[in-house]
Design a protein around this ligand. Structure first.
Ligand code: BES
Ligand code: ZN
Ligand code: ZN
Length: 497
């Protein structure tokens, strides 16, 4: 979809579908709607009353203009009553764009009232909503839905708002495209996306953006002492790839590491998952996809923050060479781990990635994203990412970034008493707990021993990376969660909004 800024007044915009936002509980028409209503001889107000359009989120009223306006249709969408709510704008833009496409529109334009959001933020949210809402993954379908929204513009008639709005459209386009890249990678099946494929994509992204890239093979990782990661990989015919991407601006203000769990398929290993639980496990590389999405955007944004992206990619498979329950492995920091369950593999791969980050990169802050535990779904459901954060400053900035991106997150506790559960009789740690419950907390406590005491955030995205139902900002399937939160967080570190 091509995105642009339209500088004309609303009554001049020529488009297949003109999307206009309306807040809840406003008695009078906004200036924008009143102007349109005037050209339509009062019909817009009549239809809105007749259809009981109140401006609630998710509400939409449409009207054919019958040649009375250059726009073929007007779609009024509800924004709810909160002022300055970027997520309401995203969702309304998504709803309008989806309806426009359904109606066969090839292009659409959208205008939302200035209420508490800067022109830049408003334009960015509009662009994000339109792109994310109309995302589809249909490359394997012979019969595709032929309706395609080819272009979308953000309408900003106000002169002094046009430069920031243009910037907002550009930023929104980059952020949304990065999110869609992550979605594509997760939606692709595991017979396509294996560790070598991820390394190949990393190479493409690095090449296009002049980023640094190191890909370590099994032997390199063995030499570094990454016994925990290599142990997970030993059951698979697909060779593991440890991917290290680097974005390095001239005078960076901070150095950050972002780590994505990259299990391209999680069968559980010898502790095999049951069929139901295994079915969706192509999504166990969602964290990795988020990292790749992020790095596709970084070169375009030129932020003054040094960012390293790490993916310890491997499959988790059962075989004659697979790791056994009861095996003991040694991680890169020397700690030994008894394998209590081969299905708790994510924390093993992340453990070595964290040590690598701590020792080889020495960052100011580290963030990992991982579809790590079914337990986080029990704790928080499907709408919230669980955030385990060792440092309050990092927590404030990251949770603030998530809020502004509209990606819901909830801070979780490192409850020290649960550490007892991951003691082992024969190794420094066990990768599962001997005690019941609190599985997401246990996993976070396990990984903390590998973070070297640095400010670190672990985001458990097992509930939010993939959706079995359509969402306001996307269809069923991968969500690309975390890409826009990380971008907002890095913008924050860069001192930009
Ligand atoms: N990849 C899974 C976690 C997961 C579950 C992600 C459901 C998305 C949806 C992870 O590797 C796993 O299998 N975790 C186990 C840990 C247990 C063996 C301690 C789990 O959550 O059951
Ligand atoms: Zn597992
Ligand atoms: Zn897993």
């Amino acid at each position: 979809m091509k995105l642009s800024l339209d500088r004309r007044g609303l009554t001049e915009v020529r488009t297949d579908a003109l999307i206009v936002g309306r807040r809840h509980g406003e008695s009078r028409l906004s200036q924008a709607l009143a102007a349109l209503d005037g050209k339509l001889g009062g019909l817009l107000a009549k239809v809105m009353t007749a259809e009981k359009f109140e401006g609630k989120p998710g509400q939409l009223t449409q009207l054919h203009t019958d040649g009375k306006l250059p726009a073929a249709r007007v779609l009024v969408v509800g924004l709810g009553s909160d002022k300055g709510d970027a997520e309401a704008v995203r969702r309304a833009a998504s709803l309008g764009a989806r309806r426009a496409r359904e109606l066969g529109a090839k292009n659409a334009a959208a205008h939302f009232p200035a209420d508490g959001l800067s022109p830049r933020a408003r334009a960015q949210a509009t662009a994000e909503g339109a792109v994310l809402g109309t995302y589809r993954f249909d490359k394997y379908l012979k019969e595709k839905n032929g309706k395609v929204l080819e272009s979308f513009s953000v309408v900003e008639p106000e002169r002094r708002s046009q430069a920031p709005a243009q910037e907002g459209v550009r930023t929104g386009e980059i952020w949304a495209a990065a999110t869609c890249l992550a979605r594509d990678l997760v939606n692709e099946p595991a017979n396509v996306v294996n560790p070598s494929f991820l390394a190949g994509r990393a190479e493409e992204i690095a090449g296009a953006g002049r980023l640094g890239l190191k890909v370590l093979d099994r032997e390199d990782c063995e030499k570094l002492g990454m016994g925990a990661y290599v142990g997970v990989a030993q059951g698979s015919l697909e060779p593991p790839k440890f991917i290290h991407l680097t974005y390095k601006p001239r005078r960076p203000r901070k150095r950050v590491v972002v780590i994505g769990k990259g299990i391209t398929f999680d069968s559980g290993g010898l502790d095999l998952k049951p069929a139901d639980g295994m079915y969706r496990m192509k999504d166990d590389m969602s964290g990795a996809a988020t990292v790749l999405g992020l790095f596709s955007a970084l070169p375009k944004l030129k932020l003054p923050v040094e960012v390293h992206g790490l993916i310890a990619a491997t499959e988790n498979m059962p075989s004659g060479t697979a790791q056994r329950p009861g095996d003991i492995v040694r991680a890169m920091n020397g700690l030994t781990i008894e394998i209590g369950n081969t299905d708790a593999e994510g924390r093993l791969t992340l453990a070595d990635a964290l040590v690598y980050a701590d020792k080889e990169i020495e960052p100011d802050e580290m963030v990992d994203l991982a579809t790590l535990t079914g337990a986080i779904v029990i704790a928080l459901g499907l709408g919230l990412t669980g955030a385990f954060i060792t440092d309050d400053g990092l927590a404030n900035r990251l949770l603030g970034a998530a809020e502004s991106a509209g990606e819901k997150m909830w801070r979780m506790p490192f409850h020290e008493e649960y550490k007892d559960g991951i003691k082992s009789d024969v190794a420094d740690l066990n990768n599962i707990s001997s005690q019941r419950g609190g599985g997401a907390i246990v996993a976070a406590l396990f990984m903390r021993d590998f973070a070297g005491g640095r400010p670190w955030a672990h985001l458990d995205i097992a509930g939010t990376a993939f959706s079995e139902r359509e969402l306001p900002l996307g269809p069923k399937g991968a969500t690309g969660v975390g890409v826009r939160t990380l971008l907002a967080y890095l913008h924050g570190l860069a001192g930009r909004r």
